[in-house]
Ligand binder design. Sequence first.
Ligand code: ADP
Ligand code: MG
Length: 352
Amino acid sequence: MRSFGAAAGIILLLVFFTALPAGCRRTEEVQKTVMVMDTVVTLTASGEKADDAVRESIERLKEIDAMASTEGEQSDLKKLADAAGDGTWIPLHPEVFHMLEVSQEYSQRSNGAWDVTAGPLVKLWGIGTERAKVPTAEELASAKAKVGWQKLELNPETQCARLRATGMELDLGGIAKGFAADEVRKIYEKYGVKNGLINLGASSIYALGANAKGEAWRVGIRHPRSEEKDDRLAVVSLSDAALSTSGDYERFFEQDGVRYHHILDPRTGRPADNGAVSDTIVVDGRLPDAGMIADLLTTTVFVLGPEAGQKFLDNQPPEVRGMICDRKLRLWPAHDFKDFLQQVQRDFSVME
Ligand code: ADP
Ligand code: MG
């Protein structure tokens, strides 16, 4: 199970000063790398108040970490889980309430491929933790019986929630980093930062404006089957948009030649096995909650698999673009994502 925050601490701090081409006023590009939300976060910003924007953003990430975690004093999820089945409404942080409201909408749209009540399954498999193991059929059936987004009730007037059945637990691991990227963007805007890159563990990225050279940010998508971490599937140019990638290579263990990864299919209770090895989604920054939507949709579309995932994406607003990479390293683009892909590596082929 993801436990945000426990290991949080600043591991590195870098400040760069970048000179713009002759004729332009010298601007300051600030870049800081910290470990927060169980991942390596790199924040880049330029502008007069870039330093303040980055500092406040890091504080905000720690707050979100505490709120979205399954444990700790600030954890709404823990309170909800403790009260599950007893009928009590739990008041939530507005941030958590918002994540859950958007989450429920996408559970409905995806027929439960996306399901934030997958907590008991996430915990049972323990993928990415030391206690990861293949559960027994009984354990699986028991955990699966506790999952179901329809059993999560939200009251928008009171900003309260409750879980209808005993043993239910929420997990925000597939949405919190995207939400956090949106929050950092708001802080950048408050400080007048128009150019910057918000990078949460490379899986949730938000690009604002342009880089120090005045060009769109170039983001590499990881090759899902290369041992080399720097091997790229392709490159995407990004400006005022969120990009998210999910893959079966992020957190997994292998047993008897089978890869058990961290993206679970709530319908089977097992790691999703519908043909996807990774997927990438870009959401135009003009769409509210762009970062959060990109994040939750990569998990959703991974669960759906290449064909159903592509169809699902094609039914989303045009601001949502993306692709699924299947086991044969064929790329299934949705909307006009084909035009976005640059330098596609020769292992991959792009489908129509
Ligand atoms: P990351 O980018 O952090 O590797 P993803 O965005 O790919 O994570 O989301 C995977 C995480 O989402 C899992 O670790 C788990 O916490 C949660 N999760 C797994 N399957 C589902 C699902 N079907 N619906 C909602 N959340 C899920
Ligand atoms: Mg995701």
